[in-house]
Each structure stands twice: as structure tokens, then as C-alpha cells.
Design a protein around this ligand. Structure first.
Ligand SMILES: *Cc1c(COP(=O)(O)O)cnc(C)c1O
Length: 503
């Protein structure tokens, strides 16, 4: 039980237990790493979240499962079967731009047709079960026409967890009406998804979508497809033109359906949260900056839905319908190709598993082998060292001996001299460090460059002297910190002990 406590709560905490019982920890996207490191900061109480031992490996999707067969066939023909072994190679995927636009576009249209066929079958079944009339079904299916799939189609499908805000686009129905009902540039919106049986607010989102989809003017323009599963997911992510995601930042740890869409040439229009925070490059879809986390929820929904309407109105719809003489939008195809080329190499499970091996599994295996040698002699050494550190650390302190000047001429050196009270520890049990940064930004520890101070003797019987002569490489205003932390070369992470004394 003690291993599962947090600083301010002595209930059983699974995360605290898991962190204490493991030596490597990771988030599933860069943003998620930072949020997790911050939430779990008390596990390493004297370390700032920027530096604590939490890493990240961004999720990926299984390309053979989610890349539509049409793309597989096209790649085989155009890029050669070796594309399968180049999945992680961005240079190789730049060759997507060599595929002629009309061929690329015809694959996209064919995938949309197939999606429409699938959706028609499901909606027909739904209508039958609900005793809907033939006329009602015709109205529903009017725009989802497999023979003529030229309508801009937006998809939103996932679990209906409340943080994903499935109904965000219903914030302003008048605006939505204007966007979907323009006779020259119609838009179709397809929803699918399930809520957990115990998630009543999630279920009420589904009810809300049903109600709006059933409003006379939206019939056939907003479709709610039941029975979301892997099969339907594969159809939707590859068949729609734009994949929507509008979670409440920063709650989308990674998200994966947008990756499935991206590798199929479907463009993402999403809040910059989770994987999209790093996947979006400014040209491979659309990224919506989240408003401040401190903003009140209803204001936030209003602001962010407004951003979605604006991007749809000013960018997505005009780009899609910019047909010119080809019958399709050349600029859209360019963006979709770039989206595929930029996302295929980065968001497959090959890259993900490779990163887990590199960052975690291989180092863990090496360390496990090392620790277990000689009947765990090394592990016992580290354990004894940790016990010693834990007992002594409360009495470790540091003071400054040199008098810091405010200014320095170029080429002069800075002399740092510290007296460290080690409370029975040895100089080699600690790192005494200078952190230097050109930026004046107290909270961004990651921007600092570290330099070690060396032990140069003892001061009386209780203190050790540590020194560094440092010649700054660059001119200008600089910021620095001095600190002491316990260190042993056999630790998994240099700051694993979670202890630090700042000067
Ligand atoms: C990919 C997938 C999900 C996850 O979707 P997110 O939008 O990343 O939450 C959920 N359900 C199914 C069936 C999927 O294929």
C-alpha cells in the first residue's frame, strides 16, 4: 500500500504503484508526455516535470490493416512491391508525388464509392428495423451516391467519450446549415461511434446527433451510422475527404483514427492535440489551435467551434470545390498527396515498435542483464546506494563561495566555487552542475546546457569544495542555475531518485 500512495493521498493509486515498480515510463505523444510528467511530478518531488524520467513514443497504426487495398495495389504498380520495406523512409514516400493526379484522385473516388455502398447497406438495415418508409430512406441516401461521389464528405467516428465533443459542430446550427446546404458546394457529414454502456453523457451525445440528423433540413446531409467497428472504421477513414477531431485539449492522449485517415489520403481537420500536435506540418491538413485551458467550458466550445466553421468555410470547402477543368481540385490532390507522404512513414506501428525497442526495451534488457549478474550483486549495490542517499539527502546543502559579477567581457572566464555539505555522502555520489541558457525563461529547463563542477578538496570537516572555470561561448544576456543531485552510473535515468538541491 505504501508503494501506491501519492504525496497528498494515502488511498491506493494504481499509477503511483506502477511508476514506483517500473524504471521506464512513457506517454503516447509529445503533448501527452508533458501532461503526464506534470500530473506525476510528485513521484520525483524535487525535479521539474520538464526533466523527470518520463519519455514518449507516439502511437502508430498497423499499416497493412488500415491502408486500403486500392492503395496497396497502386503502390505495387507504381512504387514497386518494395514499398513494404520502406514504410519508415520519408524520402521513399516523396515518390507519391510522382503518381499522376487523375490516378490518385480516381483511387480516392473509388474508396468513397465503396464507403457509400457500405453506408447505404447499413442505413437501409437501420431504416427497416426502425420501420422507416422507403421515401424516408431515399431522402437519407440521396447525397451518399456511389455512382456520383462528388460531394465533399466529412467524417467523425470514434468512441463517444464526452471529452471528444462529438457535437461541437452543432454549436451554431445556422452556420452549419449555411455550410452544408449550399446548392453549389454541398457538404455531407457522417457520424459513427459507440458510447460505453455506463457512459450516460456519452450516450446522450448520440441522441443529440440523432436529433439534429433528423431535422428536416439536415436529413441526408448528416448521417449517423450505427454499429461502429473495425470494418466500418476502415471504410470511413479511407472513404471520407476530411477526418474531423475536436477533443478538449489536452485530453486526447494520442488518437489514432486520424493516422488511419492520413495514410489513406484523407485530410485531417483537427485540434492540435495528441498525435496531431506533432503530425501537422502546416500543409498536410488543418490544425486548430486550442484556446486557453482556463477558459470556461461553454466559451471554449463556442470559440473552438467557430474556428472549425471558419476553416471549413474559408479553406476546406473552397479548396475541395476548386474544380477547374479537370473535374477535381488539383490543389486538393496536392495536399492529399503531401498528407500521405508526410504521415505514412511517421505513423505506422513499424516506427512505433522500433522506438519502443530503441528507447526502452533494449536498454531495459541490457540493464536487467547487468543487474542480475553474480546473483544480483549489481542490483544489491544500487539498492544499498539508494538507501544511503535516501537517509542522507535531507541534510545535503550547498552555499556559494565566489562572488558573482553581473557582467563579463568576451573571452573572460567565470569562476564558480561552491561549498557542498554532503552529510556523509561522497563527492562521487553527487553531480554538482551549472545550467546555462541564452534564454531568460525560468520554466523551460530543457533549453539549458549542463556543465559539471569538479570536487577540488574539503573545507573543514563537513563540506566539500566544487569548482568550475567556464568561458561562455556566446555573448549576450544569459541565465544560469546551480544544483546538486544524487548520481550513480548504474541508474536507469540520471534523475531517477527525484532529489535535487538548487542554489
Ligand atoms: C481507430 C479506432 C478507434 C480509435 O479512434 P480515435 O479517434 O483515435 O479515438 C476506435 N474504434 C475503432 C473501431 C477504431 O478503428
Amino acid at each position: 500500500m505504501a508503494l501506491s500512495h501519492t504525496a497528498d493521498n494515502h488511498d491506493f493509486n494504481m499509477t503511483a504503484l506502477a511508476i514506483r515498480m517500473s524504471r521506464m515510463h512513457n506517454g503516447v505523444s509529445r503533448i501527452h508526455r508533458n501532461i503526464s510528467a506534470s500530473i506525476c511530478r510528485d513521484m520525483w518531488p524535487q525535479i521539474e516535470p520538464e526533466e523527470n524520467p518520463v519519455g514518449y513514443v507516439t502511437n502508430g497504426v498497423h499499416v497493412p490493416t488500415f491502408l486500403a487495398q486500392e492503395w496497396v495495389d497502386l503502390f505495387d504498380r507504381r512504387l514497386g512491391p518494395q514499398w513494404r520495406y520502406k514504410q519508415h523512409d520519408p524520402e521513399f514516400w516523396a515518390r507519391i508525388h510522382d503518381i499522376p493526379d487523375h490516378i490518385f484522385w480516381s483511387v480516392r473516388q473509388s474508396l468513397k464509392s465503396q464507403m457509400f455502398y457500405g453506408i447505404r447497406a447499413r442505413l437501409t438495415e437501420q431504416n427497416l428495423r426502425n420501420h422507416g418508409s422507403e421515401a424516408h430512406l431515399d431522402r437519407l441516401l440521396k447525397l451518399a451516391d456511389p455512382i456520383n461521389p462528388n460531394i465533399l464528405t466529412l467524417g467523425f467516428a470514434r468512441r463517444f467519450a464526452t471529452y471528444k465533443r462529438a457535437t461541437l459542430l452543432f454549436q451554431n446550427l445556422d452556420w452549419l446549415r449555411k455550410l452544408l446546404l449550399d446548392p453549389a458546394r454541398p457538404v455531407l457529414l457522417i457520424f459513427a461511434g459507440k458510447a460505453h454502456p455506463a457512459d450516460l453523457p456519452g450516450q446522450s451525445l448520440i441522441r443529440h446527433i440523432h436529433q439534429v440528423a433528423d431535422m428536416p433540413e439536415f436529413r441526408g446531409r448528416i448521417l449517423l451510422v450505427e454499429g461502429y467497428d473495425l470494418r466500418l472504421a476502415r471504410r470511413l477513414v479511407s472513404g471520407v475527404d476530411v477526418w474531423l477531431n475536436n477533443p478538449i485539449y489536452p485530453l486526447e492522449a494520442s488518437g489514432t483514427s486520424g493516422m488511419k485517415a492520413g495514410i489513406n489520403g484523407t485530410l485531417n481537420l483537427s485540434i492540435l492535440d495528441g498525435w496531431w500536435g506533432e503530425g501537422y506540418d502546416g500543409k498536410n491538413g488543418w490544425g486548430i489551435k486550442p484556446v486557453s485551458e482556463n477558459m470556461e467550458a461553454s466559451l471554449r466550445d463556442a470559440e473552438e467551434s467557430r474556428s472549425f466553421y471558419e476553416v471549413l468555410q474559408d479553406q476546406v470547402i473552397p479548396l475541395y470545390y476548386d474544380h477547374g477543368k479537370f473535374g477535381y481540385s488539383v490543389e486538393w490532390v496536392k495536399m492529399a498527396k503531401h498528407s500521405m507522404a508526410s504521415l505514412l512513414p511517421g505513423y505506422g506501428t513499424n516506427r512505433m515498435v522500433g522506438e519502443y525497442v530503441q528507447k526502452f526495451y533494449a536498454p531495459a534488457a541490457r540493464q536487467g542483464a547487468g543487474y542480475s549478474q553474480d546473483n544480483f550483486a549489481v542490483a544489491k549495490t544500487v539498492a544499498a546506494w539508494k538507501t544511503r542517499i535516501n537517509a542522507a539527502w535531507g541534510g545535503v546543502s550547498v552555499r556559494r563561495l565566489d562572488t558573482p559579477g553581473k557582467e563579463l567581457a568576451f573571452g573572460d572566464s567565470l569562476n564558480f566555487r561552491l561549498a557542498v555539505r554532503l552529510n556523509g555522502l561522497q563527492p562521487e555520489d553527487v553531480v554538482v552542475e551549472l545550467l546555462l541558457s541564452l534564454q531568460y525563461n525560468k520554466t523551460r529547463l530543457s533549453q539549458f546546457k549542463p556543465f559539471r563542477l569538479e570536487c577540488t578538496g574539503t573545507l573543514g570537516s563537513h563540506e566539500h569544495q566544487f569548482e568550475l572555470n567556464h568561458v561562455p561561448e556566446l555573448c549576450g544576456r544569459q541565465q544560469y542555475f546551480l544544483r546538486v543531485y544524487p548520481y550513480h552510473p548504474l541508474l536507469t535515468h540520471p534523475l531517477e531518485m527525484g532529489k535535487m538541491v538548487w542554489l
